[in-house]
Design a protein around this ligand. Structure first.
Ligand code: C2E
Ligand code: SIN
Ligand code: SIN
Ligand code: SIN
Ligand code: SIN
Ligand code: FE
Ligand code: FE
Length: 368
C-alpha cells in the first residue's frame, strides 16, 4: 500500500491475478491506496472491514460471484453507499443488466483501458464524497449547506450532461439532493417520501404498467428539486407572494427540469417531465407552459394531485395544516384557488374513490 490521494482506498476484486495486478498498478499510479480480494467472499469481508471509498469488482468469481457480493454490500447499511464499479466483458448486455439489478453503480469494460478506468474512478469517488457530505448535512450550518448544495448541483449537472451517470445506484444520492431542496421548508424529507407512495398508489390503481409504477415511485420525489434555487425570503415568507416573487417561485419547475435533463436513465427522464409539468392543470390554467389535457405527461398529472393533497395536509410557512376531510373537499369540490377542472377527471375519480389510502399513507409516514 502507498499513501493514496486524500487517503482514498479502493478495493480491487478479481480472480485473475494478471487483471488484479494491472488494476493495482493503475490505481496506485493515480495515487490511491488499494486492497485486494480474489473472490466475492473476500470482497465482502474486506469491504465491511475496511470500508474502502470505492470497489472495482469482477462479475464472475469463484466461491461467491461479484453479483452476489454486490447484492450483499448494497443490502448492508454499513456499505450500501460505497460505489461499486463492475468489470464486464465486451458483449455482455446480460451481465450489465444483472449488475444493475444487483446494485452496481457503474461499469468498466475488459480489457481495461487506463483512461476509462481513471474517468470511472474519479467520477464515482466524487459522487461518494458528496454523498458522505450530504449524509451529515442536517448538522452543518445552513450557509455551508447552501454553498455545497450549489456545488453539488453543478457537479451533478455536469456529470449528467457529460452522459456519465446515471445507473440506479445514484438514486439515493439524488434523493438526498431532493431532501436538501425541501430542507428549508421541511426538515426531514417526509413530504417527498410520502409523494412516492401516493403516486405509486395512484399509478397502480390507474392500471399503469409495472415500469411506470416503479418509475414514478422514484421519480416523483424530485418534483420540487428546483426549489433549491429559490431564496429563503420567498420560500419561507409567512404571507402571500408579490407578483414578482410568484414569478420567481414558478421558475422552480423549469430549473428543476434543467437539473434533471440530459440523462438516458428512464427514472431521470420521468423525473424531468414531472419537475417541469407538476403544476400544469388539465384545463390549461397551470404553469410553466399552460399545457392542457393529455399533453401534460401522465406522471406529472399524477404527481400534481398527490403534491396538492400532501401540501394541504402539511403546515407551510404560509398556511396551516388541514385535516384529511378538508384536503379532500378542497380537491374534489374546489375552494377557488384549487378547482376540480384542474385535474385529469380519471385521476380525480380514482383519487376520490381511494382517498382513504392517502390518509393511511399520510398517517403512516407522518414522522418519516
Ligand atoms: P407547496 O407548498 O408544496 O404547494 C404545492 C401545491 O399545493 C400548490 O401549488 C397548490 O396547488 C397546493 N396548495 C398548497 N397550499 C394550498 C392551499 O392552502 N389551498 C389550496 N387550494 N391549494 C394549496 P402552487 O400554488 O403552484 O404553489 C407552488 C409553491 O409555491 C408552493 O409549494 C409553495 O412553495 C409556494 N407558494 C404558493 N403560494 C404561496 C404563498 O402564498 N406564500 C408563500 N410563501 N409560498 C407560496
Ligand atoms: C446506493 O445504492 O444507495 C449507494 C450508491 C450511492 O448513492 O452513492
Ligand atoms: C431512498 O433512496 O431512500 C428513496 C427512494 C429512492 O431510491 O429513490
Ligand atoms: C393516459 O393518458 O391515460 C396514459 C398514457 C400515458 O402514459 O401518458
Ligand atoms: C399564489 O398563491 O401566490 C398563487 C395563486 C394561484 O396560482 O392560484
Ligand atoms: Fe412544485
Ligand atoms: Fe412538493
Amino acid at each position: 500500500m502507498t499513501d493514496g490521494e486524500a487517503g482514498k482506498t479502493i478495493l480491487l476484486a478479481d480472480d485473475e491475478p494478471g487483471i488484479l495486478k494491472l488494476l493495482k498498478t493503475l490505481c496506485e499510479g493515480m495515487g490511491y491506496r488499494t486492497i485486494e480480494a480474489s473472490n466475492g467472499f473476500e470482497a465482502v469481508e474486506m469491504t465491511v472491514r475496511f470500508l474502502p471509498d470505492l470497489a472495482i469488482m469482477d462479475g464472475s468469481m469463484p466461491v461467491k460471484s461479484g453479483f452476489e457480493a454486490i447484492q450483499e454490500l448494497k443490502a448492508n447499511l454499513l456499505t450500501e453507499h460505497i460505489p461499486i464499479v463492475m468489470l464486464t466483458g465486451l458483449q455482455t448486455r446480460e451481465d450489465r443488466l444483472k449488475g444493475i439489478s444487483a446494485g452496481a453503480n457503474d461499469f468498466l469494460t475488459k480489457p481495461v483501458d487506463a483512461e476509462e478506468l481513471s474517468l470511472r474512478v474519479r467520477n464515482n469517488l466524487k459522487i461518494k464524497e458528496y454523498h458522505d457530505f450530504l449524509k451529515d448535512h442536517a448538522m452543518i450550518l445552513e450557509e455551508q449547506v447552501r454553498k455545497r448544495t450549489m456545488e453539488l448541483h453543478r457537479t451533478l449537472d455536469e456529470l449528467v450532461k457529460a452522459g456519465e451517470l446515471v445507473t440506479q445506484g445514484y438514486l439515493d444520492t439524488i434523493f438526498r439532493l431532493a431532501v436538501v431542496s425541501e430542507y428549508k421548508d421541511e426538515e426531514t424529507g417526509t413530504h417527498i417520501k410520502r409523494i412516492s407512495y401516493y403516486t405509486k398508489e395512484l399509478a397502480s390503481t390507474l392500471g399503469m404498467d409495472a415500469d411506470f409504477t416503479e418509475g414514478i415511485f422514484h421519480a416523483s420525489i424530485m418534483h420540487d428539486i428546483g426549489k433549491v434555487g429559490i431564496p429563503d425570503s420567498i420560500l419561507l415568507k409567512p404571507g402571500a407572494l408579490s407578483p414578482g416573487e410568484w414569478e420567481t417561485m414558478k421558475s422552480h419547475t423549469e430549473s428543476g427540469a434543467r437539473i434533471l435533463s440530459g440523462s438516458n436513465s428512464p427514472y431521470l427522464k420521468m423525473a424531468e417531465a414531472i419537475a417541469r409539468s407538476h403544476h400544469e392543470r388539465w384545463d390549461g390554467s397551470g404553469y410553466p407552459s399552460g399545457l392542457s389535457g393529455e399533453s401534460i405527461p401522465m406522471a406529472a398529472r399524477i404527481t400534481n394531485i398527490a403534491d396538492q393533497y400532501d401540501a394541504l395536509r402539511t403546515r407551510r410557512p404560509y398556511k396551516p395544516a388541514f385535516s384529511h376531510a378538508e384536503a379532500v373537499r378542497i380537491i374534489t369540490e374546489g375552494d377557488g384557488r384549487t378547482m376540480p377542472r384542474h385535474f385529469d377527471p380519471r385521476i380525480l375519480r380514482v383519487f376520490s374513490a381511494h382517498a382513504g389510502r392517502f390518509e393511511e399513507i399520510y398517517e403512516e409516514k407522518k414522522d418519516g
